[in-house]
Design a protein around this ligand. Structure first.
Ligand code: C2O
Ligand code: CU
Ligand code: CU
Length: 433
């Protein structure tokens, strides 16, 4: 669905439905009956109005991941909770200078986020505005799920919470290993979203020519040829594929995200085939050149108004808590508390945040609303202007980001995008004023 006259209006119903996955009947969670939900397409400056009806049996809400919109009112508010049977009206106003790129929408009700995404609630949200001549654009929403023999979603087991669950079926647009086709010589734009609850994807398309236009809403100035792209949970890739005759597989190459050793098992996001691609037929005409792209402002040119350090922690907790492992995920030793403000930031400046991860596994750090620029990872400075809204922080590693708090006063959150960690408390709040 596409905005008209500057407004995108969506009636969104979260509901349980029967569908077919990998040839098997499955009872999944859907937006308006489909997995993934419909793709939303908007322009910078547009307004998005969503009426969300909750027909699930658990509370839910809605988050537009990747949009830099005001957290005031209900614009981007993970603190809203919509009970079963209730309806809620959202309104998101995109600034005129909102960056184009690949975003997505999904539930964000603390405590039910991982279950609801794993069940099928997610959809793509494309902010248009940087045109590249292509013969076709595809949106590929990658997710994973585990189903029982009779088609129910497998509930998470307590020990899995520690590592974050991975489903045994990886889906592309709700299908297991779909077949894609194209003609040689064509150039396609692929918008890939990692909507998995915890799985990391190392995307590769051997035999085809792959160029990266950007990750999340960040952009490369000129498309860069790549062999693979790492997407932590929550990350998105904007890619150009120049088709060569033959058949290829869109693969994930496997990624070791660390682990808790004996306590929680390993965290290997295994390799596998996501989709197959057949490139056959007559050679298509050569596509036009890729136009120059607007430079993204470099936050390093601004003075730093404040510095802070934030640590992912997994502290010894009680074994008694329901659904908890022995380690309680949090930030700085504390689990999320909706009534506590963890960071108070003055609006108007740029801050430098050092995010440390003393734990033995990777965690993807996600901040709502306020744009981040990655400036250091693994002790190495990052030279290019690298905008991200999900930044992977490797096991026993650290990253440094600059955060643009120039606007959007209000309250929102940062959290681990391994959503089992987020639900277990690895989230904290930011108040900007
Ligand atoms: Cu994709 Cu706070 O989430
Ligand atoms: Cu988000
Ligand atoms: Cu985590």
């Amino acid at each position: 669905v596409r905005s008209r006259d500057g407004v995108l209006r969506v009636e969104l119903v979260a509901t349980r439905r029967e569908t077919t996955i990998a040839g098997q009947r499955a009872r999944v969670l859907t937006y308006n009956g489909t997995v993934p939900g419909q793709t939303w397409r908007v322009q910078p400056g547009d307004r998005i109005e969503v009426r969300l009806r909750n027909e699930l049996d658990t509370p839910t809400n809605l988050h537009t991941h990747g949009l830099a919109v005001s957290p005031r009112d209900n614009g981007d508010n993970p603190f809203v909770s919509i009970d079963p049977g209730q309806v809620f009206d959202y309104r998101f106003d995109l600034p005129e200078d909102h960056p184009p790129g690949v975003s997505w929408y999904h539930p964000h009700r603390h405590g039910t986020v991982a279950d609801q995404l794993f069940g099928g609630l997610y959809g793509a949200l494309i902010v248009e505005g940087d045109r590249v001549p292509v013969s076709r654009e595809r949106v590929l929403v990658v997710s994973d799920i585990s189903l029982t023999g009779d088609g129910q979603i497998v509930p998470v087991a307590a020990p899995e919470v520690m590592m974050g669950r991975e489903g045994n079926l990886v889906l592309v647009n709700g299908q297991h290993r779909p077949q894609l086709s194209a003609r040689p010589g064509q150039r396609e734009r692929w918008r890939v979203i990692n909507a998995c609850t915890s799985r990391y994807l190392r995307l590769a398309l051997p035999g085809q020519h792959l160029e990266l236009l950007g990750i999340d809403t960040g952009r490369e100035l000129t498309p860069r040829e790549v062999q693979e792209v790492l997407l932590a949970p929550g990350n998105r890739a904007d890619l150009l594929v120049s088709m060569r005759a033959g058949s290829s597989e869109l693969r994930t190459l496997g990624y070791d995200r660390g682990g808790m050793g004996m306590m929680g098992g390993g965290g290997l996001s295994g390799p596998g085939t996501l989709a197959t691609l057949a490139v056959t037929g007559a050679e298509a005409a050569a596509p036009g050149p890729v136009p120059d792209r607007l430079a993204v402002p470099d936050l390093r040119e601004k003075s730093v108004a404040g510095r802070r350090e934030i640590a992912f922690t997994m502290t010894m907790g009680s074994m008694m808590g329901p659904g908890r492992g022995m380690m309680d995920p949090g930030f700085d030793g504390r689990a999320f508390d909706a009534d506590r403000i963890d960071q108070r930031v003055s609006v108007g400046g740029v801050e430098e945040w050092l995010i440390t991860n003393p734990t033995p596994m990777d965690h993807p750090f996600h901040l709502h609303v306020w744009p981040m620029q990655l400036v250091e990872t693994g002790g190495q400075p990052v030279r290019e202007v690298t905008r991200r809204d999900v930044v992977n922080v490797p096991a026993r590693g650290r990253v440094r980001v600059l955060v643009d708090f120039a606007r959007h006063p209000g309250r929102s959150v940062y959290h681990c995008h391994i959503l089992d960690h987020e639900d277990a408390g690895m989230m904290a709040s930011v108040e900007v004023g």
